[in-house]
Design a protein around this ligand. Structure first.
Ligand SMILES: Nc1ncnc2c1ncn2[C@@H]1O[C@H](COP(=O)(O)OP(=O)(O)OP(=O)(O)O)[C@@H](O)[C@H]1O
Ligand SMILES: [Mg+2]
Length: 408
């Protein structure tokens, strides 16, 4: 293996409700990231994408990051971190400016974005992302890159994603305690979209939904830009909880039953298949049909998919997502989930696993790694944009060149 260029390393930290994932990757040319270290650890102290217990979350982060560092043989000091939770919200805004020298330059773009984002945001909310959608130069609409265009005035449409300041602070408290600097926070579904989508899908219109353990996070693209983002605070844990209640089995066993034997569509399971269900309170285990388990699971998946469908319909963008839906997150790994989702959404559905990766691909070739790997792609793209605009890369990340405290 060729020597790793440490100045090109990026660390992604996805603090999920059930698992913390830490990944480190080297940014390569041609939009690729080479994965050099991966760490996962069960998340303790998290609920529905929010921090419930600072100490427990800190410890879980440390375990995941340590594992990643051991694999990569280097030490991370700062990270790009994913954030989610029901407090995440979005809004679309517009701004207008006069073009300074009859030709659009970067300063005009910065000005128009600044005008568009200058909407009153309450002090308790943090602006996570300001994402340009398109520009209008005089009467020319739908311009993606107006640099160099002649005109008198310019409009910009932007998509703003905000989160609750206190929720963000709680995440940062945990990383501080784990001795990691957060360089930037990225909405988790936005991160996932960076690792799983193709440019064609973005242009045609697509909805990415990350269905984890505690939340379902989504972003909708059309004409190459983000139009809507949302978080629905229910996901895989709900299914596990229902299995535990209905079959009177401990939550750990319910989780194992779900992951090993469940199916989202009961018609895909034979009535003859049987499984062993452990009981609580020392009672003997029972044998039951796999079909019965699927009968419990199917309405839960239906509920989850219908909640997503309602969110898409409410956004008014259902007609604009011709490329359909891309599902990521652990909960979509269930047998029958894609078939069932296609039935409910009445559009094409596929599972999204991280694209454009090299190196330790076997570890992350999984829809539940879409967010963590997406963070690396987000970092790579942000740096490329800064370089193309000839801005110092330091302006996005505190210390990209000194992220690592040297080898062990
Ligand atoms: N094969 C499987 N079938 C069904 N569900 C699965 C499977 N494997 C994992 N899961 C579920 O996926 C969830 C974990 O996925 P993931 O790691 O994406 O969540 P998370 O990032 O920890 O949570 P969140 O994003 O909601 O904060 C758990 O609820 C787990 O039960
Ligand atoms: Mg997640």
């Amino acid at each position: 293996m060729s020597k790793i260029d440490e100045s090109n390393l990026v660390v992604g930290l996805d603090i999920g409700t059930s698992n913390i994932k830490a990944v480190i990757g080297e940014m390569l040319d041609n939009h690729f990231v080479s994965i050099v270290g991966v760490g996962t650890y069960p998340a303790k102290g998290m609920d529905k994408g929010g921090v419930n217990d600072l100490n427990l979350v800190t410890q879980s982060i440390q375990r995941a990051v340590n594992e990643m560092e051991l694999m990569a043989d280097c030490k991370a000091s700062s990270v790009l971190m994913a954030i989610t939770g029901r407090h995440v919200q979005c809004q679309n805004e517009t701004g207008m400016v006069a073009i300074n020298n009859a030709e659009v330059d970067q300063e005009d773009i910065d000005n128009v974005i600044h005008t568009a984002r200058s909407v009153p945001i309450p002090a308790e909310r943090r602006m996570l992302h300001v994402l340009p959608q398109e520009y209008t130069v005089d009467v020319q609409e739908g311009v993606k890159n107006p640099i160099g265009m002649s005109g008198v005035r310019m409009n910009a449409n932007i998509h703003i994603i905000t989160c609750a300041e206190d929720m963000a602070k709680n995440y940062i408290k945990c990383t501080d305690r784990a001795e990691l600097v957060v360089d930037t926070m990225v909405f988790s579904a936005l991160a996932a979209s960076y690792s799983v989508l193709t440019d064609d899908e973005r242009e045609l219109g697509v909805c990415v939904v990350d269905i984890g353990a505690g939340t379902m996070d989504l972003v909708i693209y059309s004409n190459g830009a983000i139009r809507h983002s949302a978080v629905i605070p229910v996901a895989g844990n709900q299914i596990t909880g229902d299995i535990a209640k209905i079959f009177r089995t401990p939550v750990n066993n319910a989780e194992a039953l779900k992951v090993r034997h469940a199916c989202a569509l009961k018609d895909m399971v034979s009535i003859e298949d049987t499984i062993n269900v452990p009981s609580v309170g020392g009672r003997p285990a029972r044998t039951m049909s796999r079909h019965t388990l699927a009968e419990v699971i199917e309405p839960r998946y239906q509920e989850l998919f219908e909640l997503i469908h309602e969110e898409i319909k409410a956004s008014g963008l259902e007609e604009q997502i011709a490329a359909g839906i891309v599902l990521t997150g652990g909960t979509v790994k269930m047998e029958g989930a894609v078939e069932f989702a296609e039935e409910i959404f009445q559009m094409p559905v596929r599972i999204g696993t991280p694209n454009n990766i090299k190196g330790l691909t076997d570890y992350v070739n999984d829809p539940s790694f879409a967010v963590a790997i997406g963070l690396l792609q987000y970092g790579r793209q942000s740096i490329e944009e800064q370089v193309s605009q000839k801005l110092p890369t330091e302006s996005i990340f505190n210390r990209i060149k000194s992220w690592f405290k040297g080898e062990f």
